[in-house]
Write a protein that binds this ligand. Sequence first.
Ligand code: HEM
Length: 227
Amino acid sequence: MDATAENMMNGEFFGQFIDWRAEHPSDDIMTELLRAEFEDETGTIRRLRRDELLVYISVVSGAGNETTTRLIGWAGKVLSEHPDQRRALASDPSLIPAAIEELLRFEPPAPHVARYVTRDVEYYGQRVPAGSVMMQLIGAANRDHRQFPPDGDVFDIRREARQHLTFSVGTHYCLGSALARLEGRIALEEILKRFPEWDVDLDEAKLSPTSTVRGWDTMPAVVGRVT
Ligand code: HEM
């Protein structure tokens, strides 16, 4: 294992940067985090410890990188399978924000989240005892025909905008949802400007093997221009 991979494994990936930034403050988020004061669970007002900062930065960086890259991969696949809708986007980029929303719904990069159940609850006549672990299938909910009539399994960039679960709901709602949408829009705008036509070679494509996110590690594309 090389030094970078080892640093990532033991959570030290951002360690050197944190130490350097502590010595060289700037107007960036790391300086803000180093200076931020908060009341912890014991009622003490304090700053984040180095190990807490490392965890925080590793979570944000993982959550931000693992997901948006996969959104862009899904855009490549799904729009290759729906060339008419891709051409509509290329000729009218004002449709792109709605297309990103539909891509997020149709192929959520994080297709499930888990919860520890702290008290007995009942859902749809089924009792779930405290202490259980529940897995919520975002990918399935996002295709529910009742929420996305008449057929949630159909990809349609002109679909009426309705709440999907791709960024979860409640306390843990995705911190980076606005950034993710922005990244998706810019990526799609720039790709469509350069390559309005493409096909993907699904036989040579490989899905990522991770347990938390779903997307493409490789997906060879053949690009061309509208004639
Ligand atoms: C398409 C892109 C993205 C998807 C699909 C996505 C999905 C999610 C989901 C489903 C959750 C909730 C997890 C849960 O309920 O257990 C979540 C939380 C989170 N996301 Fe994202 N995310 C994306 C982009 C980003 C970006 C760009 C960032 C930051 C730069 C980010 C940072 C976070 C953080 C920090 C949390 C934890 C929030 C909390 O627990 O309070 N995400 N994301």
